[in-house]
Design a protein around this ligand. Structure first.
Ligand SMILES: Nc1ncnc2c1ncn2[C@@H]1O[C@H](COP(=O)(O)OP(=O)(O)OP(=O)(O)O)[C@@H](O)[C@H]1O
Length: 320
């Protein structure tokens, strides 16, 4: 059974101006569809990566997975439990303690007035658990020292702070960690170290990761499946091998061409050509058609359905 099952998940935000402005300016309500009819499954102890440009809906999906946001429609089930509709409070509580989230900015997620020990054990203490010696043990497991437990967050570098966030996430012995751009605020040299640590911890703790990133090269070596998002929709999903060697969607090809290659490590990535359309007024048919070099009349008129070709899922009229 899948640990995560996402079915036709959508999230719409009301981004209208205040009522009076709307009336005076004669404007209709503005609804922004951040996530639209997304489906995917994540197997236990695997890593599922969600990749796409800024605004493609990655964080919104991440926040719905952990229950920070409720879906407008569709479902998220974690171990068979739908957090948005489950009535049994004990079941919801048990699932919630199985899920943790790590954010991009390790400084913003750590309370600057708390000692590292208190930050790390807070999820355990909040549930009335015994946290004796736990912070020290976890600090060592994330490559820091037990002596760091008495320090404050400002005494650490960015990479060390992200390690503290990881230790905190691990303290409640979660099954699933949703990692939202966990390394993009870090120096390139530190990024690989944090990703390696995450890989090791995954094996040691039997974790499942949902890894959110705008950078395909970051997720390439960690992910078992990669889902590529464009304007809130999943456009391609495949194993890293298939996605890189046998790319099916023109948008994924564009993302890969924009990514810095290993031989040019450190080179600035060039952004994919063309502008991302306005999510309040998305294009007709395939949302990617205005930027797609291969677009035909059918792409302008009809939204492509998700199809499975070999082991790849792809939403493109032209994919073979
Ligand atoms: N609370 C909100 N209210 C209104 N619009 C929102 C809200 N949260 C997200 N959005 C919009 O939803 C769309 C998707 O945003 P989201 O943050 O999920 O994308 P993302 O792929 O994670 O991008 P980034 O990498 O920039 O965080 C964007 O157009 C964003 O402006």
């Amino acid at each position: 059974m899948s640990l995560i099952s996402v079915t036709s998940l959508s999230r719409v935000f009301d981004v209208s101006k205040p009522w009076l402005n709307r009336v005076l300016e004669r404007r209709p309500k503005a609804l922004l569809t951040a996530v639209s009819e997304v489906d995917f499954e994540v197997a236990p102890r695997s890593t599922y990566a969600l990749v796409g440009e800024s605004g493609s809906g990655k964080s919104t999906i991440g926040r719905m997975l952990v229950g920070l946001l409720t879906p407008t429609s569709g479902e998220v089930e974690i171990n068979g439990v739908n957090l948005a509709t489950e009535q049994d409070a004990d079941k919801v509580d048990a699932i919630r303690s199985d899920i943790q989230m790590i954010f991009q900015d390790p400084f913003a997620s750590l309370n600057p007035r708390w000692r590292v020990r208190d930050i790390i054990v807070e999820p355990v203490v909040a549930r009335g658990g015994d946290a004796t010696g736990l912070a020290e043990k976890l600090l060592e497991q994330v490559g820091l020292s037990a002596l760091d437990a008495g320090k404050f967050p400002h005494e650490f570098s960015g990479g060390q702070r992200q390690r503290i966030c990881i230790a905190r996430a691990l303290s409640s012995e979660p099954k699933l960690i949703v990692c939202d751009e966990p390394t993009s605020a870090l120096d390139v040299s530190v990024q690989a170290q944090v990703l390696n640590l995450m890989s090791d911890l995954k094996d040691n703790f039997g974790l499942t990761y949902v890894l959110i990133s705008h950078d395909l090269t970051v997720v390439q070596h960690m992910a078992d499946r990669i889902g590529v998002l464009y304007l809130g929709r999943l456009v391609e999903e495949a194993s890293p091998e298939d996605l890189f060697a046998n790319t099916k969607h023109p948008y994924t090809k564009m993302l890969l061409e924009a990514a810095p290659r290993m031989d040019g490590f450190g080179r600035e990535a060039t952004l994919p050509e063309g502008e991302i359309p306005d999510p309040i007024n998305p294009p007709t048919g395939c949302a990617f058609h205005p930027r797609c070099p291969l677009a035909t009349d059918v792409c302008k008129a009809e939204r492509p359905k998700m199809r499975t070709i070999n082991a790849t899922r792809v939403a493109c009229h032209l994919a073979e």
